[in-house]
Design a binder for this molecule. Structure first.
Ligand code: PLP
Length: 386
């Protein structure tokens, strides 16, 4: 296929991003009803009712282009985080910002870095722009190996992506480890003519963190201006379908990002819904509380089946099913439950499953128990929660 020079070798070698299977597709292809999707870390509790109301209201003026500067949303975000409006850049999902960061700050011949076993969008962004992607090996605890990452980068490395907490492993880098990494990084490659590289802390799951030693991303950014924080309304705020993400960064970095930002990249409904969702602190707190409780129950149930679970700081859990995870997921889908097989980077045989409501978890555990041929006497969650 290809090879006729229509596209670069880099693009020829890419594979399209494979999303979790949509519910309708699984139902149609496998003839199952009421499939349960736990494949894409969506928030099963959904968004604030106030966000839905704001979205409805925004429909009335859909013939107008949206506010190209997302002024009201950026003002609200700036107030919320205690930063200036000029420190906020919005994206059509944080995925768009990942691409913009590469487009802006990496030149031909330069490189992008992250870890293996992390968010696939980083490598897609790097390679589709023709840049080499440096991937440090994943640590033995399934978290980032930050020493290996420092070792792997060089003076060509201009953007480093760190998902914290990480997807698909759910692991968190603590504040002390992150500080040590940044000091080592800047000592190694920060002295070049272009200055230190941009370090992107992708905090898509930050709301679900309950560990006391988590880094304060804003403080990290204030101390090191070439840090960019990525946030999203797709996870804890439950608005994945509307595509709203944002970066918090220095005004200089923001100015460059805005130069490459597509006009009207954030749609009007998304702007309105995100603003209302941000204001509903009670809804967010309740979703987070329920997610963390449900995460603990799900982890305990999986361990009750004798499986090894990676400790999670997110709204999903990575579990070692000890066999071909693609096959396990296929069999789960025939029982109407969609999870996500993970492979490579030492994660073969692992399944990533989104934390659901207690009844969703129960359905997943029952399906997994039967798929793995484990005894029904060991259905941890049934005894856990009843
Ligand atoms: C889900 C996720 C995002 C969010 O992407 P959006 O484009 O904002 O929906 C970003 N980073 C990571 C690591 C994620 O898992």
């Amino acid at each position: 296929m290809g090879g006729d020079g229509l596209v670069s070798e880099a693009i020829e070698g890419l594979e399209p991003y494979k999303p979790g299977k949509p519910i309708e597709e699984v139902e149609r292809e496998l003839g199952v009803k009421a499939a349960l999707k736990l494949a894409s870390n969506e928030n099963v509790w959904g968004p604030s009712p106030r966000a839905l109301e704001a979205a409805q209201t925004a429909l009335a003026t859909l013939w107008l282009y949206p506010d190209a500067a997302s002024h009201a949303l950026r003002t609200a975000l700036a107030e919320h985080h205690g930063v200036q409006r000029d420190n906020i850049v919005v994206g059509n999902g944080s995925n768009e910002l990942i691409g913009m960061l590469v487009r802006c700050f990496v030149r031909p011949g330069q490189t992008v870095a992250s870890s293996a076993g992390s968010f696939i969008a980083y490598a897609i962004a790097a390679r589709s722009h023709g840049h080499r992607m440096i991937e440090a090996p994943l640590g033995r605890d399934a978290g980032y190996d930050l020493d290996a990452l420092v070792d792997a980068v060089d003076e060509t490395t201009r953007v480093i992506f760190i998902a914290n907490p990480n997807n698909p492993t759910g692991t968190l880098i603590g504040g002390a480890a992150l500080s040590r990494f940044l000091a080592r990084l800047d000592a190694k490659v920060g002295g070049g003519p272009a200055g230190p590289p941009i370090v992107v802390l992708d905090e898509a799951y930050v709301d679900f963190v309950d560990r006391g030693d988590a880094p304060d991303g804003l403080a990290v950014w204030r101390a090191r201006p070439r840090t960019v924080l990525l946030r999203t309304f797709s996870k804890a705020y439950g608005l994945a379908g509307l595509r709203v993400g944002y970066a918090i960064c220095g005004a200089e970095v923001a100015g460059y990002l805005n130069r490459v930002r597509d006009p009207f990249n954030l749609n009007a409904v998304g702007q309105a819904a995100a603003r209302a969702a941000l204001a509903d602190r009670g809804w967010l707190a309740e979703v987070v509380r329920q997610t963390i409780a449900s995460r603990q129950a799900l982890g305990a149930a999986l361990e009750g089946l004798g499986l090894t679970v990676v400790p999670s700081q997110t709204n999903f859990v990575l579990v070692d099913v000890g066999q071909d995870a693609v096959a396990v997921n296929d069999r789960l889908m025939r029982r109407g439950v969609i999870a996500r097989p993970v492979g490579g980077a030492g994660l073969d045989g692992h399944l990533r499953v989104t934390v659901g409501r207690p009844e969703d978890n129960r359905r997943f555990i029952e399906a997994l128990t039967s798929v793995l041929g484990l005894g029904s006497d060991r259905q941890g969650i049934a005894s856990e929660e009843r």
